[in-house]
Structure formats: C-alpha cells, structure tokens
Ligand binder design. Structure first.
Ligand code: GCB
Length: 606
C-alpha cells in the first residue's frame, strides 16, 4: 500500500522538472477557484521570457522591464513598459486558446496568462497551495513577480506551495504556457489529435493548516475481500506521531491511527458486509479522513480486478469489456473537455451505446471522467501519450513518461472505475523501445500493483497466409492484457474480406481490440462500398464485430472512436475539414449509422 504513497517521494527524488507532491482529493477540498477570465499576451518570440541576449529573465539577477512575470506598470507618462496585462484581452480558464480565439486556432507557441487574486481569509498561520489540473505543455508559474516553479506534461495535475509569496490582497499569478511540439517530449512531434494549448483544466488555491493530509489511498486488499488496506501521508511540522481518524459510516467503521516519524500511517480495516463496486452496481461509500486542522471526504468504491488465463475477472467474475475509445474534446462547445458537464456528455453517449468500458485515449483525461465513471459504473482504461515515435534512448524522455504515469496514478488511485494503465500506443518495434516500455511497466507496477497493465500494440497478416493475423511483439509478454489496434478494411485489406480473417493469438492472456474503425462523414449517404459514407462505416462494423468475436481470448473492444475529433492530419476538404471522421457521432452531435450497429452488438452480448 505504501507503494502508492511513494509516488510523492519519487517525484521529488527523480525529476528534473520536480513538482511538489500532489495534493490528494482536490475535488472535494475547500478551495478558492482561479477559474474565470485571465488576461493574456501572445509571445511568439518569447520576448517576455528572454532578454535581448537570449538569457531567461528569470535566471538573470536584474530582470529587465520586459520580463512579463514582473507585471510592470508604467509609473508615469515618461516611463516605458512595452506590455500591460490589465489592458490585454482575456481568455477563459479552464479552456484551450485554440477554440476561443480565431487567430489562435493554429497557434503553437508561448502565451502568457495573468490573474489577480485576494485571499479574504488570509492567515499567517495557514499554508497556501496553487494547483493546476493541467497546462499544455510547459508551464512556468510566477506569483507576485517571483518564480514558483515549472511543469512539463500537458495532461496531468501539479501544485506548488506559495505560502511565502502571498498576502491578503492584490496578489497576481502569471503563467507562461508553451505548447510547441518537440521530438524529445511525450507526446512527440507527430500525433493524430489537436495540440490544444493553454491552461486547460481548473486552477485552485488551497488554504491549508500547518499540518494537513497530503495524500491517502484506500482499497480492498488484493487477496482478501474482507479487508480494506490504506495509507495516509501527512505534510507539516506536526506530521509525526499524529492521530488520523478514518470513518466509513455506512460500514460502521470509525478508527484512529497514529503516523510514524515520516507522517505516514499504513492501516488495515476488517470489513464484514461490503457491497463491492462493479459496472452493474457502482456502490460508493462515503469516507471521511481527519487530523487536527484538516478534514476530507471522498466517495470510494471497493473492488477486485485481475486476470486469470485469458479472462478478466471483476470481483472474481468474468467480465466482457464493451468499450469505446474517447478523445478529450467537447465538440458541442468546441475544444478540450474539462468539466463534469463535459464528462456527462461523453460518458452519457458511451452509456447510450451500451458500454461498460471506455478507453480514455491517448493521454490522461481530466479528473471528472474517472469520478463520473465511478458513479456510473463505467470501467476505465487510462493512458499516457507514449505515442508513435518517442525517443526511446533518451533518458530525459523516459523520465517525462514516468512523470506522467506517476501523476495520473497519484490522482486516480482511489477510483474503482480505473482498472487499466496503458503504457503506449502503436509504437514501432525495436530493442530500445522494448527496454523503455518494460521499464515503464515495471515502474508502474511498483507504484500500483492493483491494476492491469497494457499497451495498444499492432497486428499484421502472417507471411504466406494473409488472412491469418498475428501480433508479434515481445512487449506482449510483459503486459497483463494483450491489446492491439487493427484497421483491416480501412488501412489496407478489403472490407469484403474481413469475414475471412482469423487471429492466431498464441498467448494465454485476455485480448482487447483497442481500435478498429472507418471514417464517415455524417449525413453523407451512398452505397456501402463508397468510402466516407455512413453506409461504408456501418458495413465495416457489421463485418468486423462478428469476426473479432471469434477470437477465443477476446475480453473486450474499444472501437475508434466515440466522436469525430479535430486533427491537423485530416485535411480532405470535402470529407474531413480538419476532423478525423472515425467517430460514431459527428462534431455536431449526430449519430451515424454505425453507432446503432455497435449498440445492437452490445445489447446482444447482455
Ligand atoms: C490509430 C491511432 C489513432 C488514430 C487512428 C486513425 O491507430 O492509434 O490515434 O487516430 O489510428 O484514425 O488513424
């Protein structure tokens, strides 16, 4: 159990882009929101960051007046300051910039954000944390003209303590955001999705006591379903030998435990009558944790997930994962999804489709997805953007991947719905890639051995027998679930030959088909052999579903994809217009014919 708490310590020890340990449960802690309108300045040449000798202002002793983070104001009419945040236009936070301003639609680069704030209950005895749900991709954070920290990685949370920098009134936070793509980052240069830039998720301030609950985890013991196992990590001067109270009223549990010298306590609580969380009965229990000066509440489900031979067992029973892949976009509003309302639209559609499983592709989605999935009984696959051509031999790149998995595990480890961590998607085979992914999987098991590991691999036709499909990938040995994407009938292969395919899988592990699909423009009707028509997509589903169903180890599918999504790789003027059209739902929210084909298939499985 402690493994899940080592996350914080590991972060500090191993990262050059070190963040402070993540605050657990930011969704129900009392917070001051910084969501809303932020002033912004587009900075194509990074004038606000570098001086004219190209040295970062924040690393020079006397930053010049063009250092944007100083938030300079012209003191009188003779003073020259070449920027003014308060006269600048605004963007909504959370929110990407691309979907808010026409002239930023294709923008990839640096943009500065600024917001003023007061702390009406300011108390010198309190500690103040600034938390970001996510910023894509690099973030440099400044509070009241001083650097607070930096973060890399566009889809995971981070926070910094800012106690020493803030006061009761007239504070300001400035964030330099840079979403330029780079070869050595995660993801790398080329992806099939939109590189939305900005402060894309919630920004909150937490006012905490001198000692507070930093982190906790609570789960059903892997081996014993009459035992809850947990751990709590305190932060602060009084963290050692402190009394931590935990209660689950519905189970009549009310216990106190004492922390060790490091502020950690691991504990076990026997339970008698426990309703286990499942897709059919998503039972969540109210859990309360407290120490002197801090109280938290959460809703937690308790369940087992494991594999046995080629089956996935949920609470000891075989489960078939009726899934769909999802990108984090709300097409109805435009742009990146971030809110509980957005999650309701996406998971609501998945439910209507008949799903009990979603693949959150290709990066960690916002915290509301797993929270809502917990409530709805939707099983979840989460993934990090180790996508396509990552720099396998670059140690710094590996560390970036490790940071991202660390941050998402840390955030969602108490969500019963999350059952799968996916390491990568369609990565080209080499020994270096195998070493990288194996290391990542080993690390992920070290920090969380209670969930299943996978990666979306690839299949291909057998030499001399093209109707027999195989997966030849050494990483298949490492994963718990063998997942692979297959696009027969779309990227190669004739649609009318799908029915003749068979998959020869010689490994005794559950199989998930993590992608298949075809592009179709909603409203475009033609005969079923006409590419881009709804009928063609429908035919591909009709041919593919029964063929896949014959794979003996088949334990689930997550077709590609729930909704059409923006991609700069998809520029066919007539059919795509910047959208990947493999959605079962269009960017206007209309369902295509294949939606109903898959819905029917799922209904018949029940
Ligand atoms: C894939 C990728 C996915 C793409 C999809 C496509 O195999 O994993 O990111 O969007 O194919 O539409 O080509």
């Amino acid at each position: 159990m402690k493994q899940l708490l080592t996350v914080a310590a590991l972060l500090i020890a191993t990262l050059s882009w070190a963040n402070e340990p993540l605050l657990q449960n930011t969704y129900s802690r009392k917070s001051i929101t910084l969501n809303g309108r932020w002033h912004y300045i587009v900075d194509v040449y990074e004038t606000g960051y570098y001086n004219y000798r190209h040295q970062p202002h924040d690393q020079t002793e006397n930053p010049g007046s063009s250092a944007y983070f100083l938030n300079k104001k012209a003191a009188n009419k003779s003073a020259r300051v070449e920027y003014d945040f308060d006269a600048a236009p605004t963007l909504l936070v959370p929110g990407d910039w691309n979907s808010q301003k026409e002239n930023l639609f294709y923008y990839e680069g640096t943009l500065w954000y600024k917001k003023s704030f007061d702390l009406p209950d300011y108390d010198v005895a309190k500690r103040y944390y600034l938390h970001f749900g996510a910023v894509n991709y690099y973030a440099d954070i400044y509070v009241n003209g001083k650097k607070l920290g930096s973060h890399k990685g566009g889809f995971t949370p981070f926070n910094f303590e800012m106690t020493k920098l803030v006061k009761a009134k007239d504070n300001f936070v400035i964030v330099k955001v840079d979403n330029k793509r780079a070869a050595d980052e995660v993801p790398t240069l080329s992806t099939d999705w939109w590189n939305y830039g900005g402060i894309t998720r919630d920004v909150s301030i937490f006012e905490l006591s001198a000692t507070f609950i930093q982190d906790y985890t609570l789960q059903l013991d892997k081996e014993n379903d009459k035992l809850l196992k947990g751990a709590v990590q305190l932060n602060g001067t009084a963290k050692a030998n402190s009394s931590v109270a935990i209660s689950i009223p519905e189970l009549r549990i009310s216990k106190t435990f004492t922390t060790d010298a490091n502020g950690v306590v691991e504990f076990e609580i026997p339970v008698k009558k426990l309703q286990k969380w499942s897709d059919k009965n998503p039972k969540l229990y109210d859990v309360a944790l407290s120490v002197t000066g801090d109280e938290l509440s959460d809703k937690i489900g308790f369940r087992h997930i494991e594999t046995q031979g080629s089956d996935i067992l949920l609470n000891g029973e075989k489960v078939f994962l009726k899934g769909i892949s999802i990108h984090e976009e709300n097409v109805m509003r435009g742009g990146r999804a971030y809110s509980m309302e957005d999650a309701k639209i996406l998971l609501g559609w998945a439910k209507e489709l008949g799903c009990n499983f979603v693949r959150l592709a290709h990066y960690p989605h916002n915290v509301n997805m797993a929270r809502l999935a917990d409530e709805m009984g939707m099983l979840v696959w989460e993934e990090i953007p180790v996508y396509w051509t990552i720099e396998w031999t670059n140690e710094a790149t590996y560390k970036k991947a490790e940071t991202q998995i660390t941050e998402v595990v840390s955030r969602d480890k108490n969500r019963a719905s999350v059952i799968v961590w996916s390491m990568a998607n369609e990565t080209p085979q080499s020994e270096e890639r195998l070493t990288f992914l194996t290391r990542l999987a080993t690390y992920t098991r070290e920090i969380d051995n209670t969930r299943l590991i996978t990666a979306a691999l690839e299949d291909h036709g057998k030499e001399g027998d093209k109707n027999t499909m195989i997966v030849e990938d050494k990483f298949a040995k490492v994963v718990d679930i063998l997942s692979f994407n297959q696009y027969y009938g779309w990227y190669g292969g004739k649609i009318d030959n799908i029915k003749n395919l068979r998959w020869d899988i010689d490994i005794d592990k559950p199989v998930i088909i993590s992608e298949f699909g075809a592009g179709a423009l909603q409203g475009y009707h033609a005969d079923s052999l006409t590419v881009w028509s709804e009928e063609h997509q429908e035919l591909l589903y009709k041919e593919t579903l029964p063929t896949l169903a014959k794979i003996p180890q088949l334990s689930g599918i997550t077709p590609w994809i729930l909704v059409d999504f923006r991609s700069p790789r998809r520029m066919h003027d007539m059919y795509q217009n910047g959208w990947n059209r493999k959605g079962l739902i269009s960017e206007t929210g209309n369902k295509k014919k294949a939606f109903y084909t898959l819905q029917k298939f799922y209904k018949e499985i029940d």
